[in-house]
Design a protein around this ligand. Structure first.
Ligand code: ADP
Ligand code: MG
Length: 492
C-alpha cells in the first residue's frame, strides 16, 4: 500500500514529472502520427525479491547462447515450424526464406542478436517465471535507461516523498546498473568491425514500419551510433529496400556507393509489415546479402512461442544447453506449457476439459508477435472444441501456458498527462546481446533491464498498446521460503 504522504504527493511535483518526461524525450507519437504524448510511467519503483532479479540477470548469458544455438540448427527449426506453416502463411513464407538463406553461398556467419527475456513473479509458487523470449525488434530500452535518471532526479530533489526507497539496508533501486542502449550500440560496432576493416565507410539500415509510433526509442540508437562512432544509419521500410538497394558483384547490398554492413530489424515480426509481393522481395533481398542481420531470419523464427514449449522438455533444453547444472537451473524459470500437436488425443481431451473448467488459469498464445494476440479467460472458451470435435487450427498452432499470478501493490502511474493511483502488477525483463560466428562467441552479455507495470486485471503487457507503463525495480533482499503456505506480499 502507498503511504498517505506518497499518495498526496503535491500536484506541482506531478506536473514537473510530466514535464520532465516531455523535456527528456520520454515520448511516443500519437496514433495519428502528429505530435507526441509522454510514455506512461510509474513514479515509485516496483518491488521484486532481489534474488529473483539477480537470477534473471545472471542466466541471461545462458539464454543468449541457447537461442543463438537454436538459430544455427536449420533442421530443428524446420522440424518445429513445418507443421505450423501448413496453415500459417506468414510462417510458411519466412521459412521459405530461411531455407534459401541456408543455401546461400555467401551466407553471413556472423550473428548479432539483441534479445529481451520477459518474466513475472508468481506469488503462490514464489519464484520468477518466463513469460516470453523476444528475438526481434526488442523495444523500450531507451525509456528504461531514462527512467533511472528520472528516479535519481526526483528522489534527490524531493526525498520526503521517496523515503521508502532511499538509504535502506537490504533494499536498493539499481540506477547505477549499465544502460542498455550504449551496449546495443557497442555490440553493433563490434559486429561491423568483423564485417569489414572499412566499417566506418559502411551504412547501417534500420528496417522500420511505416508510421512508427515508437520512433524515438529507435532514434536514440541511431543518435548514439553517430555521436560516439560517426556511423550513419538509414531508416527504410521493406518496400523502400526494393527501390533503394542494389547488389554489387559480391552480393553486398548497396545504397549509392555505400555497402550495407548491418540490417537492424524494428519491423517484420508480423504480416502487417508485408503490404504486397515487393515487401517479400525486400525481405528476401536482405537475407540473401552479405550484411549482418539483427536478427537473421533463423534467429527471428526462434521468437515464435512454440520454441518456448520445446525448451521446457529437458532432453531438448539439454541439446542447446549441455551444461547440466545450468540447464537444471534454467528449466525452473519455465511455467508448464502444453502444445496439442505434441500430445496424443486422449491427453488432448483431458487438457481441454481442464482448461474449460479453469479458464483463468491459462493463457493461449498463437504464433504471433506484436501484442494483443493472446487469449485470456472467457476468450479462451470460443477457441475450445465442443464435444468430440477436433481442436481448430488456431488452437493446434498455439502454445497453452499456465498463468502466472504476480504479487499486487499500489502505485502512481502517469498516463495521458494525468496521475492515477492504481493497483498494479509488474513484468521484469533483461536485455541480452550475443555476437558469434560458427566457431566462437565474440560477445555475450546481459545488458540492462526493463520493468513494465500494469493495472491488475489488464491482460496484455505492451507499453505502446497502452496496457503498461515504464518503471524501474526496487530490489528487496528478503528470504523466500517455498516450503511454507504463505504467498509473496511486499510490505516495506
Ligand atoms: P506478446 O508480447 O508477443 O504479445 P507475451 O507472451 O509477452 O506476448 O504476452 C503478452 C502479455 O501477457 C505479457 O506481457 C504478460 O503481461 C502477459 N502474460 C503472458 N504470459 C502470461 C502468463 N503465463 N501468465 C500471466 N500473464 C502472462
Ligand atoms: Mg511480450
Amino acid at each position: 500500500m502507498l503511504k498517505d504522504s506518497e499518495k498526496n504527493i503535491p500536484s506541482f511535483i506531478i506536473e514537473e514529472m510530466i514535464n520532465y518526461l516531455y523535456s527528456n524525450g520520454m515520448v511516443m507519437k500519437n496514433e495519428d502520427g502528429k505530435g507526441v504524448v509522454h510514455i506512461p510511467s510509474i513514479i515509485y519503483p516496483s518491488p521484486i525479491v532481489k534474488s529473483f532479479f539477480d537470477k534473471i540477470e545472471f542466466y541471461q548469458i545462458a539464454f543468449n547462447k541457447i537461442f543463438d544455438k537454436i538459430s544455427r540448427d536449420q533442421k530443428f527449426i524446420e522440424e518445429i515450424l513445418t507443421p505450423i506453416s501448413e496453415t500459417d502463411e506468414f510462417i510458411k513464407k519466412n521459412l521459405e526464406i530461411s531455407k534459401k538463406a541456408n543455401e546461400f553461398e555467401k551466407k553471413q556467419k556472423i550473428q548479432l542478436n539483441i534479445f529481451r527475456n520477459d518474466f513475472m513473479v508468481d506469488k503462490i509458487k514464489k519464484f520468477i517465471y518466463q513469460t516470453e523470449f523476444n528475438t526481434i525488434a526488442v523495444t523500450m530500452a531507451t525509456f528504461s535507461d531514462k527512467m533511472k535518471k528520472f528516479f535519481d532526479f526526483f528522489s534527490k530533489k524531493y526525498p520526503e516523498y521517496f523515503e521508502r526507497f532511499l538509504n535502506k539496508t537490504n533494499c536498493e533501486v539499481p540506477i547505477e546498473k549499465q544502460d542498455s542502449i550504449s551496449n546495443f550500440v557497442d555490440s553493433i560496432i563490434e559486429s561491423i568491425k568483423l564485417f569489414s576493416e572499412n566499417y566506418k565507410e559502411t551504412l547501417i539500415v534500420f528496417i522500420v514500419q511505416e508510421n512508427e509510433k515508437n520512433i524515438f526509442d529507435q532514434r536514440s540508437i541511431e543518435n548514439d551510433l553517430w555521436n560516439r562512432f560517426k556511423i550513419k544509419s538509414r531508416r527504410l521500410t521493406l518496400n523502400e529496400i526494393v527501390k533503394e538497394c542494389v547488389y554489387d558483384e559480391n552480393q553486398n547490398l548497396k545504397i549509392g556507393d555505400k555497402i550495407i554492413s548491418l540490417f537492424y530489424f524494428r519491423a517484420c515480426y508480423s504480416e502487417k509489415d508485408f503490404i504486397d509481393e515487393n515487401s517479400w522481395k525486400g525481405r528476401e533481398m536482405i537475407e540473401l546479402s552479405t550484411a549482418i542481420k539483427v536478427p537473421n531470419i533463423n534467429s527471428f523464427l526462434t521468437t515464435f512461442k512454440v520454441f518456448q514449449y520445446y525448451l521446457t522438455k529437458p532432453e531438448i533444453l539439454k541439446k542447446f544447453c549441455p551444461e547440466e547444472l545450468i540447464s537444471n537451473d534454467i528449466i525452473r524459470f519455465f511455467m508448464k506449457i502444453y502444445y496439442l500437436r505434441d500430445m496424443n488425443s486422449e491427453n488432448q481431451k483431458e487438457l481441454i476439459k481442464k482448461i474449460f473448467e479453469n479458464l483463468n488459469n491459462f493463457v493461449i498464445k498463437p504464433q504471433k508477435e506484436g501484442g494483443k494476440n493472446n487469449y485470456y479467460g472467457e476468450q479462451i472458451k470460443n477457441l475450445l472444441p465442443e464435444g468430440e470435435n477436433e481442436p481448430n487450427e488456431i488452437l493446434k498452432n498455439s502454445i497453452i501456458m499456465e498463468k502466472i499470478f504476480p504479487p499486487e501493490y499500489e502505485t502512481i502511474m502517469l498516463k495521458n498527462d494525468e496521475m492515477k493511483i492504481e493497483k498494479v502488477v509488474s513484468e521484469f525483463s533483461v536485455y541480452g546481446v550475443i555476437l558469434s560466428d560458427d566457431t566462437k562467441y565474440y560477445l555475450n552479455k546481459s545488458v540492462g533491464y526493463l520493468v513494465r507495470t500494469k493495472e491488475v486485471g489488464e491482460n496484455e503487457g505492451g507499453i505502446m498498446s497502452g496496457a503498461a507503463a515504464v518503471d524501474i525495480p526496487f530490489l528487496i533482499d528478503m528470504e523466500v521460503n517455498r516450503e511454507d503456505e504463505s504467498v509473496i506480499e511486499y510490505t516495506f
